[in-house]
Write a protein that binds this ligand. Structure first.
Ligand SMILES: Nc1ncnc2c1ncn2[C@@H]1O[C@H](COP(=O)(O)OP(=O)(O)O)[C@@H](O)[C@H]1O
Ligand SMILES: [Mg+2]
Length: 249
């Protein structure tokens, strides 16, 4: 028999010998219940006071107003006392900068499979180095584009969406994913002076179709982007505040 068990048995037997076995066993059980209750209560208190972050992403076609609205949202949340931060994809990291040079600034589009892989690599780094640690600190993160951009742009170019989800497994599911919907004609008129490789009418039409499919499946929440900047920002702010309140953030 193990020595600890032996000592315990000896102790119990001695107590029994002295006629106090039952009383001390009762005390022991009460003590254990008390310790258990203290542990449960402290875990509950920790859960109540634990900081919880909130992850929002803003999606849509080029020039639909993502950057305008993401920055406004961070500004509005900050002025209400929330610890909100802006981030965007492609990132300013080395992979993000490479994406701008290699994919976005050239005249002819590279293979959509290569695009999907590079964006997924940039996103994996973005998620691990920025999004996760900031959510753990309890911040509200507003990301100007996230995984749905890959599904929409590379999916519209013929890449299998299932595969895109798979290579983006490192991505975190946003608490709220907003899609700013703007008709393609409006987008094209906003892109007149400076067009990137993605800004062709046919490309935008196909991408919008995928985005609208993601709205129908419930992955994205649609906001009508064909209104003034203030109207859109008020709606987004209201939507976000409701979610934050319902989560006690
Ligand atoms: N609701 C809007 N109505 C009219 N112009 C807008 C609206 N939202 C943004 N813009 C303008 O469209 C251009 C692209 O906006 P931006 O926020 O940079 O779009 P994105 O980040 O989606 O490419 C900017 O010149 C911006 O001022
Ligand atoms: Mg932008």
């Amino acid at each position: 028999m193990n020595p600890g068990l032996q000592a315990w048995k000896a102790c119990v037997l001695t107590r029994l010998d002295h006629g106090r076995g039952l009383a001390s066993r009762r005390k022991c059980i009460l003590g254990n219940i008390l310790i258990f209750m203290v542990v449960v209560l402290s875990l509950y208190a920790e859960a109540l006071t634990m900081k919880r972050g909130f992850f929002i992403c803003i999606e849509g076609l080029d020039k639909c107003g993502k950057t305008t609205q993401s920055r406004l949202l961070v500004k509005n949340l900050s002025s209400r006392g929330y610890d909100a931060i802006y981030t965007s994809e492609p990132t300013d990291g080395r992979i993000g900068r490479f994406i701008r040079e290699y994919i976005l600034k050239r005249k002819k589009r590279v293979s959509a499979t290569v695009e999907a892989l590079l964006f997924a690599a940039d996103r994996a780094e973005h998620t691990e180095a920025f999004i996760k640690p900031n959510l753990e600190k309890g911040k509200i993160i507003v990301s100007d584009r996230y995984v749905f951009s890959s599904i929409a742009y590379q999916g519209a170019a013929g890449v299998n969406p299932e595969w895109i989800w798979q290579i983006n497994r490192a991505a975190i599911k946003p608490d709220l994913a907003i899609y700013i919907d703007v008709p393609v004609d409006v987008i094209i008129s906003r892109c007149e002076d400076k067009r990137s490789v993605m800004e062709r009418r046919e490309t935008q039409k196909a991408v919008r179709k995928v985005y609208l499919r993601l709205v129908r499946s419930g992955d994205l929440t649609l906001v009508n982007g064909n209104r003034t900047i203030e109207e859109i920002s008020k709606e987004i702010e209201k939507m976000v505040l409701e979610r934050l309140e319902s989560r006690n953030i």
